[in-house]
Design a protein. Structure first.
Length: 210
């Protein structure tokens, strides 16, 4: 009996890896090292200013293509990226405490849309060679945090390095009142959407499991 269809995850996100492994998929992790600002600038030179959903998809594709170009893995390759949209503006990782604090003061008691782009390349020997992607968009309702709660959450360091300055599956869980859409997409990878993308190239989800 042959083993599972090999999958490379072009992301350093532990949450994305955990989502896949909890569903029985054990991908190899290869971090792309993509310069996200440069990749986005190139895309906007060609297409103009992109809406947030397309930004997430563009960066997911850039990560996926970078890994295929550098590593040439004999496998399926998955790239993902997430951005938060609030009042028509796009927000990624805050990067520092001051930005995360300002972000949460803006988000508290309100709702935003988290866009998670997915890009898949079939780089298997004898595979389809297909390259395709899609974005999952989920409405997130944030709790009305006090200044003290924001300060305490930012002090953990967690919101500094995640899209939108929050998690739903970690320390930020108590601060998310609810979501409208796919929970997995908020964590970082929409398992139902990934299943649909793989189905388009003739790869059944269960063949990824060991």
């Amino acid at each position: 009996m042959s083993g599972p269809v090999p999958l490379v995850l072009a992301s350093a996100s532990p949450a994305r890896l955990a989502s896949l492994t909890s569903a029985g998929v054990e991908p190899e992790v290869v971090v792309s090292g993509v310069d996200e600002e440069a990749a986005l600038a190139r895309a906007q030179e060609r297409h103009g200013v992109l809406p947030p959903a397309d930004v997430a998809l563009t960066l997911a594709r850039a990560k996926c293509e970078a890994v295929v170009g550098q590593e040439e893995p004999d496998s399926l390759v998955l790239g993902c990226d997430s951005v938060l949209e609030l009042d028509g503006r796009m927000y990624g990782k805050p990067g520092d405490a001051a930005t995360a604090t300002e972000r949460w003061r803006l988000m508290r008691g309100r709702s935003g849309t988290l866009h998670t782009g997915h890009w898949v390349i079939d780089n298997r020997e004898g595979g389809t060679g297909a390259t395709l992607g899609a974005t999952a968009s989920t409405v997130v309702h944030f709790a009305d945090l006090t200044d003290e709660e924001i300060e305490a959450y930012v002090a953990t360091g967690e919101p500094l390095t995640v899209a939108g300055a929050f998690t739903v599956d970690g320390l930020g869980g108590p601060y998310v009142r609810g979501i409208e859409g796919d929970y997995h997409a908020v964590v970082g990878v929409s398992l139902p959407l990934l299943r649909e993308l793989l189905d388009e190239i003739g790869v059944a989800w269960h063949t990824l499991r060991g």
